[in-house]
Design a protein around this ligand. Structure first.
Ligand SMILES: [Zn+2]
Length: 243
């Protein structure tokens, strides 16, 4: 078996790394989706909590108005008693008009009570409906979270295996190339690009004939425009041979 040319090993390493990037991007996407599912889960829980609070508040208002009503009733029956024991016509008139006033107040409070009871029942119904849907929705979000989390673990395992395989590939590439590549890689996501129509396919800087010859000899060349590493894609190299 003949030894692979360093430039080809280098391009292989780059291709390998690009696959790694694809996997890393997939992990990021999944992590984002997990966070999204967690957010939705929280939202459902929150709206349940709010509905519960509305029921509680409405109930409190009902109790408050019911108490007011009880007090009015007590006042009315006290007035009735007083009416039976009045000593003169003047006193009778006074107690009578007080009784009338209480009666009006009571009928007004009756209206209010009806309203708060309706509000309470509506809040209860809303809570029931929400709780019924929420169970299913919460389970759904939990399921999404778990499945995506599993997938993340799977990919991370593959990434670990791959990083071991990468170390093997690195051995076939000259150390100073690796160093320059690492530097470029920290700056751009595509540190190595093919030459298309005699120009850098990233920044379109045109490659001189002399540089094309250098590349064809298998040297490593950086673009003078963007400093990315350049290579001649296999297909175009073969095409040139055929011409
Ligand atoms: Zn360039």
């Amino acid at each position: 078996m003949n030894e692979q040319h360093p430039l080809q090993s280098f391009i292989d390493l780059v291709t390998f790394d690009q696959e790694l990037v694809t996997l890393e991007t997939e992990v990021k996407k999944l992590e984002h989706e997990v966070a999204d599912a967690k957010g939705k889960f929280f939202q459902i829980e929150q709206s349940l909590e709010q509905a519960k609070q509305r029921v509680y508040d409405a109930r409190k208002e009902v109790d408050h108005k019911e108490l007011e009503m009880k007090e009015l009733e007590a006042q009315r029956s006290a007035t009735k008693e007083r009416l039976e024991n009045v000593k003169n016509a003047k006193e009778y008139q006074a107690v009578k008009s007080e009784a009338e006033k209480l009666k009006t107040q009571q009928s007004q409070l009756d209206e209010v009570l009806l309203g708060v009871w309706q509000k309470f029942e509506a809040a209860q119904k809303e809570q029931e409906v929400l709780a019924h849907d929420a169970e299913k929705k919460l389970a759904e979000q939990k399921d999404i979270q778990e499945k995506k989390q599993e997938k993340i673990l799977e990919i991370k395992k593959v990434l670990e295996e791959r990083s071991r395989a990468r170390a093997e590939r690195e051995k076939r590439v000259p150390a100073d190339w690796l160093e320059r590549y690492a530097m470029m890689r920290s700056r751009v996501t595509d540190p190595v690009v093919p030459i298309l129509q005699n120009s850098c396919s990233a920044c379109f800087w045109s490659v001189s004939n002399q540089d094309m010859l250098t590349l064809k000899r298998g040297a490593l060349l950086q673009c003078k425009g963007c400093y990315r590493f350049l290579y001649i894609p296999k297909e175009s190299a073969e095409q040139e041979k055929q011409v």
